[in-house]
Structures are given as structure tokens and as C-alpha cells.
Design a protein around this ligand. Structure first.
Ligand SMILES: O=c1[nH]cnc2c1ncn2[C@H]1C[C@H](O)[C@@H](CO)O1
Ligand SMILES: [Zn+2]
Length: 386
């Protein structure tokens, strides 16, 4: 027994913002075109003569995105992306935005991220789909280098999105497979869920399955169980973007016991990760408030839940802030932040040996230290958590 084991344990204290920021976090659901720096949007708009921005003051623009997206409707939320996509049409702009994304995530303590975007939305300046992917990947490599020079370790992979309302999913699926060992970790389908079933893109999903590609699907955000059912059982999704409407398949008995229906059981049994994005869900109406958000229920029921930002600019958030909201609402501490992070590592579209190394070399040591800090055994900030 060591001396410290004999000391009475201090009551755990609430983690402060710095401690949460320093903890190694893993982010699987973040849109490149939803996370630009407001000042970058303004500079790039100026450069190309795009005159439709609602304001050219960076702080006001950041507020504008968050407020405009705070509509209770996914469709209205998605309208705000017209401004970001407008300034993402050249290799230079894509490179810069990806590099800044990696720097910003690293400064927020993210050690591994999968950042997604829809290549088909970046062709208006004459780029090919391959050129879009190459520019974004080069930007991420540069961002990783800059982050390392600033003392932050981060690795970023990408997910290529097809859009539900469009008809290029088979092309995007082929693009994702063609680039899979060169910076692309997998495929996603995004966009308005109502009236645009993922099964319209069956050919793309069949191809991805035949190629053994990794797939996530935005589902269970604006539409309920049928959308999740289709994503998992028709499209072969390994993860679900949002997925919070899986609660439609839960029932609570008079004694308070929660019973899982067949779909919810399948999702939990097969360890299909739910990429939960609480603030975005409040904006699009997928959840009413932080206390009413199902993330805590799903976590306690044993679903593989991870915590995400969705769109840092549009939702006015960061990984640190997402966790702070949950800490305030549900009393979460280091144990829950670690749980979400371990779940994210397990669900990451990385080879098994790389997931194991990320877990053992970065994540677990970081949280061992954070838990010690929480118990008051180690002064906050002593040594680096990342
Ligand atoms: O939460 C979302 N649900 C569905 N689609 C979304 C969400 N957030 C962003 N998108 C869309 C808008 C972007 O232009 C696109 C690709 O990143 O993905
Ligand atoms: Zn999303």
C-alpha cells in the first residue's frame, strides 16, 4: 500500500473548462463545412467577391449562424451551409479550411477526428471530385503539422458524404473507396432526412458493402425508427449519425424499467455506435433541452454512445463545450468523459492495431491522470494529458 492509498480521498470536484479541454478527446462526427472560423468565412468571401454574407463582423457572423440554425427544423439548419459552401470552391480555400480545422480541434484537446464533408458541394469553381479530396487531405496534413509544432498531437481522417436529396451517391461511394488508404476513412450520407430515404441510394450502399468499406449514416434525427432501421439493415451502417430517435423503440413500464424493442436491441447488441450531437439536436428539434436529451438514458442502457459537435460554427460549439453542457446537466465527471471517448475509439474507422494504440498510449493514460486530478491527488494541469 502506498502513502497516497492511506490518505482519505477528497470528494471529486467538478472538472473545470481547462481540465476538460486538456483531456484527450475523440470526435467522429464533425462537418468540415459546418466548422469554419467566422473570420475565415469573411476573408474568403471578400477574396472571391461573395456578397451574400449577413454581416462581415466575425463575432456577429458566429452569432448569426448559431441563431439562424436555432430553428427547430433540420431543413432550416441546413440552409445556413449555403454561405460556407460558397467560399469552399478552390483548392486554396479547402486547404486552408482543413488546416484550420485540424488546428482548432487539436487546441480543443481532440487527438483523433473523422471530419466529413460532401465533395459534390465543392465543384462550382471547376474542381473535380478527386481534386477536392486531395486539397482537403493536404490541408489536414498541414494542420496536423502545425498542431504538432504548437505541442498538440492530432490525427484527422475524413468521411465523404453523399447528399440524400441528390443523385451522386454511387460516385461518392466509389470516390471514398478509391481514396480509402489515402486519408479517407469512410462514407456517410447527410442532408434533409424527411422525404429522402437512404434506401434511394441502395446501389451505393451495396457497392460499399461489397468493397468492405466503413459506413455511417445520418439517421434518426428528423425521422424516427424507420430511418434507423433502413440505415442499419438496408444500408449496412456501422455507426449512426445522431440516432437519438432510437428512443422511439424503448418503452418504460410502470416500475420505471425500460424495455428495448427489436431494433433498439439490434443496435445495442451489435455495438452500432450512436454519434450523438446534443447542441445540434436542440437546434434542429431532435431534442427539447439538455435535461430532456436522451444521451444519458442511452448511455445508462449500455448503447455505444459517443459525444460529438456536428457543426462547430453552425451550432456554436466545441467538444469541450458539449461535455460542459452534459457535466452541468447530468453531473458528469472524468468517468463519463472517458466512457464517451473509449466508445469513440472503439467505433473509429481505424484499423484495429491503430485503435488499440490510440487507446493504450493516449486515451487511457490521459484519463488516469484526469481521474487523479478529479480526486485532488494531482495538481490540475501538472503534466500534459495529450
Ligand atoms: O445534422 C445534420 N444532419 C444532416 N445533414 C447535415 C447535418 N449537419 C450537416 N449536414 C449536411 C450539411 C453539409 O453541407 C453536409 C456535408 O457536410 O452535411
Ligand atoms: Zn451531421
Amino acid at each position: 500500500m502506498t502513502l497516497s492509498d492511506k490518505l482519505p480521498l477528497a470528494a471529486p470536484h467538478v472538472l473545470d473548462e481547462q481540465q476538460i479541454r486538456r483531456a484527450p478527446k475523440v470526435l467522429l462526427h464533425d462537418h468540415l463545412d459546418g466548422g469554419l472560423r467566422p473570420a475565415t468565412v469573411i476573408e474568403l468571401a471578400e477574396h472571391i467577391g461573395y456578397r451574400n454574407l449577413p454581416t462581415t463582423d466575425p463575432a456577429a457572423l458566429g452569432r448569426w449562424f448559431r441563431d439562424a440554425a436555432d430553428s427547430g427544423s433540420l431543413e432550416r439548419y441546413l440552409e445556413t451551409f449555403a454561405h460556407t459552401c460558397a467560399v469552399m470552391q478552390t483548392p486554396e480555400a479547402l486547404f486552408r479550411i482543413a488546416a484550420e480545422c485540424a488546428e482548432d480541434l487539436a487546441a480543443d484537446g481532440v487527438v483523433y477526428a473523422e471530419v466529413r464533408y460532401a465533395p459534390e458541394q465543392h465543384l462550382a469553381g471547376g474542381l473535380s471530385l478527386d481534386e477536392v479530396v486531395d486539397a482537403v487531405n493536404a490541408g489536414f496534413r498541414e494542420g496536423e503539422r502545425r498542431a504538432a509544432a504548437a505541442g498538440h498531437r492530432i490525427r484527422v481522417g475524413t468521411l465523404l458524404c453523399a447528399m440524400r436529396h441528390a443523385d451522386r451517391s454511387s460516385e461518392i461511394a466509389r470516390l471514398a473507396v478509391a481514396h480509402r488508404d489515402r486519408g479517407v476513412a469512410g462514407f456517410d450520407i447527410a442532408g434533409g432526412e424527411i422525404g429522402n430515404p437512404a434506401s434511394n441510394h441502395a446501389e451505393a450502399f451495396d457497392y460499399l458493402r461489397a468493397q468492405g468499406a466503413r459506413v455511417t449514416v445520418h439517421a434518426g434525427e428528423a425521422v424516427g425508427m424507420e430511418s434507423i432501421h433502413e440505415a442499419v439493415l438496408r444500408c449496412g451502417a456501422h455507426r449512426i449519425g445522431h440516432g437519438v430517435r432510437i428512443t422511439d423503440d424503448l418503452s418504460t413500464g410502470p416500475d420505471g424499467r425500460v424495455t428495448l424493442g427489436r431494433l433498439a436491441s439490434y443496435v445495442r447488441d451489435m455495438r452500432i455506435a450512436l454519434e450523438v450531437c446534443p447542441t445540434s439536436n436542440l437546434q434542429t428539434g431532435a431534442a427539447g433541452s439538455y435535461p430532456e436529451h436522451p444521451i444519458d438514458l442511452l448511455r445508462r442502457l449500455g448503447f455505444r454512445v459517443c459525444l460529438n459537435t456536428d457543426n462547430r460554427l453552425v451550432s456554436g460549439t466545441t467538444m469541450t463545450q458539449e461535455f460542459q453542457h452534459l457535466a452541468t446537466t447530468f453531473g458528469y465527471g472524468a468517468a463519463e468523459l472517458e466512457e464517451f471517448t473509449v466508445n469513440a475509439v472503439k467505433a473509429a474507422f481505424l484499423p484495429f492495431d491503430e485503435r488499440t494504440a490510440l487507446l493504450n498510449e493516449v486515451v487511457l493514460p490521459g484519463y488516469a491522470r484526469l481521474r487523479a486530478e478529479e480526486l485532488g491527488r494531482v495538481p490540475a494541469g501538472a503534466g500534459s494529458l495529450v
